[in-house]
Structures are given as C-alpha cells and as structure tokens.
Ligand binder design. Sequence first.
Ligand code: 1BN
Ligand code: ZN
Length: 323
Amino acid sequence: MKPYRFLMLLLLAASFACTKGKTAAAPPASSDAPSAAADPAPALTDMSPPPTFDANRAMQYLKEIVAFGPRPIGSENHKKVENFILSHLKGDDVEQDAFEIHSTEGTFPVRNIIAKFPGAKDGIIVIASHYDTNWPLRNTSYIGANDGASSSALLLEFANQLRGKKLDGYSIWLLWDDAEESMRLPWYDPESLYGVRHLADKWQNDGTLKKIKAFILEDMIGDADLNIERVTDSTPWLEDLVGQAATRLGYQSHFFGREGDVEDDHVPFLQRGVPATDLIDFDYGYNNVFWHTTEDTVDKLSPQSLEIVGTVTLETVRMIDQR
Ligand code: 1BN
Ligand code: ZN
C-alpha cells in the first residue's frame, strides 16, 4: 500500500477513536511503508487527499506539441506552439513577456507566457518549463518530445487542475519560458536561457522577485525509465521537500538516485536569491544518449512518468504552503 494512503487510513482511525471519547495515540510507524530513514516524510497534518493529475490528457498535449515538428526560436512551428499554449489558457490571467534577442545567429523574437492562479497567501510559487527546441538542430527531425514538450504538457495539465479552484496557499504562476536552448552545441552559456534571464531581470525591477517563495523547474520529465536527479545547486530545503513529497506518494525510487549540477532555467532565479529547484531526468537512455538527438521521441516516454512528476510537484507545492 502506498504510504500516503496508509497514513490517511491511520488518521481516519485516530479521528474515529477520538469521537468514541478516547484519546488517540500517535499513529505507529507503518511497517510496510518504504524505508525513508535518511529523509523521512513528516507526519501529515491535513486530511486532504493526494493531488490529482490527468496524465493521459497531459500525454495527449505532449503528442500535439511534437506534431507541430521542430520548434526553434523564430520558426513558424514555434509560433504555432505559442498559439497552442495560449489557446489552452483562454479565460485565465495570462501575462506575455515578449522581446527580441540579438545572438551570433541573428535577431529573434522571444516570448515567455505566464498563467497566474491566485492564492489566499501572500507570495508566489512559480512552476516553469521551456517550450523551444534547439536552433542548431533546426534542420533535422529533432522534436524534443522529452526535452521541452513533456514539461510544457505537464504545465498545461497543471492549469486544468488549478483553474476555477480556490487556492488556500500561495498563488501559483505557470511559466512557459522561451529560448532556453543554447544557440550552439555543445552548450554555450552566454547564448542560452534567454527567456528566464529576461524575466528574472524584469521581475527584479518591478518587485515581483521578492514575492516568489519557490521556483520549480520541470525539464525532461517524461522518460519511461524515470530518474529525477538531485540537482546539487538547488536550494536544500526545497530539494528536501521534493524528496519528502515523493516519499509520501510512494515514488521515492524515481528520485535522487543520481546527482549532478545542471545549467538550466532555475539558475538565473537562484542567482538572484530565489529558492529554486530543477526536476530533471538527465539519464535519458543509456548515458543520456537520446538527449539533443533525433531519438528524443514519444515512444521513449510514458504517462506514468508525467503522473509521478505531476503529483510530486503538486504535493511539494502543498508542503511549501504549509511550511
Ligand atoms: C536541459 C535540457 N538543458 C538543455 N536541454 C539544460 C542543460 C544544459 C543541461 C547543459 C545540462 C547541461
Ligand atoms: Zn535541451
């Protein structure tokens, strides 16, 4: 039995004991709960059910995104994906951050899309994904099914889960950021992460940045063989909460078996003092062989992985709200 459900049953049993006039003892530790000695999940303090997430609908979005074909910045397909994302956010509170970049490859339009879901608490949790594919691979069949499409689809499904709900916790802003991918391969830091670098500056200048309680990046989260990395430059308390959320949901075997440092979209926020983490599976095929190749296709991915990352992210959000 998943530890989450087991704890829910214990809490229900305890509250039943109280109504019978007895003082309920603290629930004993679960004997069939997976071992989490190094990183125990804290006792649940609320009775709300685990987060829901429609992984099949997310998978459908993923397939629709890759069906547009390669989506490097400045391309027609890129514009189509922007419109696809916006078409699924009709009626939501959407901010668009559009600007131009000047790179050694030329001048390109860039657009970040932010959907805002208001919460009762003062503060913002940002959940982000890039949606572009590599410029250097623009003339190949490279579609970034895992790299860019999986996480963008995940965010579209988050929007469905958040829409119309009264959020008791912090506001949640979903960010589809642009021009993450490097203009050159191998990776070239000065010509990458354009979208988030622009947005982090903008939000620093207009005062938004200091309201952000956490920045959670999703990247390459669809691999059927899911191994989310412990990203060592992440903010420790936030990375720990992700691990605890995974343990609560019984998914800890998919988390933190590997660790490393990644130059990704969370970095400009980390550098400006925002607590940030990157949920990334950087073990895509043996030795990451599918990364940035035309082998990054839908057949390597699974809705179960979207479900795991989707629910762990939403549980992490709930734990941040209760912190
Ligand atoms: C992730 C997916 N990244 C690019 N596409 C960021 C990255 C850059 C990861 C360099 C590792 C090294
Ligand atoms: Zn990439």
